[in-house]
Design a protein around this ligand. Sequence first.
Ligand code: FNR
Length: 387
Amino acid sequence: RVLRPILALDDFEPAARRKLPRPLFGYVAGAAETNASLRDNRNVFADWAFRPRYLVDVSRRSMATSLFGTPYKTPFGIAPMGISAMMAYRGDLVLARAARDAGIPMIMSGSSLIPLEEVAREAPGSWFQAYLPGEEARIIGLVDRVAAAGFGTLLLTVDTTTLGNRENNVRTGFSTPLKPSLRLAWDGAIRPRWLLDTMLPTLRRHGMPHFENSYATRGAPIIARHVERDFGARDHLNWSHLALIRRRWKGKLVVKGILHGEDARRAAEEGVDGVVVSNHGGRQLDGAISAFRALPEVRAAAGSMAVMMDGGIRRGSDVLKALAMGADFVFVGRPFLYAAAVGGEAGVQHAIAILSSEVHRNLAFLGCQSPAEVGMHHLMRVGGVPG
Ligand code: FNR
């Protein structure tokens, strides 16, 4: 089987590179400008080493975690990612089902081909991520629709004030909607499995994938135009809109993209339930600090809010370092898209199983019965700038 040689999350990437057309792989793998933040997201974990604890009976250890009163099987989930449906046929559902069956949260992206109601029906525990323009009427329309669909957690991504400068997409010829071109046709022809497994069934079911915003009304403008227009409007978004959302949305409210203690403090004052510390996988402000570096300050400012993080997590050891640094929960992005591209739902299940087993094993070395026992005392700084 295609999954047998895949022993670690990083093994999915070369396999996905072989399967996907170049512009699509590049869109997922890429980041902004010099990729400084993308690199730092990975490198920062090496600045901290574990101080393991032995002679503790950890035979009954469990990874079970609870967030917003919901029990999860592991302390990690699937980050929201647009264009999942180009990685695998109806990829948002592929991710949502695999997460549902594994007992972990999947955050559905607002940039999706699949209507949000369908994901909520299929995997009712999924969260919904929104990109919002600073326009009251549209904010209210979306919030009400997400509530009516039955989502319990709404996550507002705030680091998309404007679109990150992703030169890589220009170089590889990536665009949404995918523009039919000789280059793309050639790319598809030499990667027939992607064409047969993903593109042709998508064309048959949805027509040319327009990446309609999953929350746009049906038949509304395609996502490319929609998103670009929204990006124009998004630089209006401010704290007063967050207050409006908080008044309107009765479920759990999470803000994603926080990197500053003061922003975390303000979010807590506005009644937000949690923040995802994140630099958007290095895809927005190049040179922004990695979430891992921002964790201590955000944790200190967050009060009783849940603190989550994402960016660069590829190993169980990264998950545990993030928890030690103050995160309650983490999310993983790209590897799950690669897994969906390589092996569909079974691929995503395999990715979840790999990361779970790494967390479970390393919990034992730390002498911990549960993720909640992991703390700063398990870490020592061994590199980088002293904080
Ligand atoms: C993203 N990310 C993202 N974030 C978000 O809030 N809404 C979105 O629609 C998307 N779309 C998206 C597409 C793709 C292809 C990627 C790679 C990322 C960012 C994502 O949620 C997360 O913050 C990072 O991907 C986490 O970093 P790693 O795990 O990919 O290193």
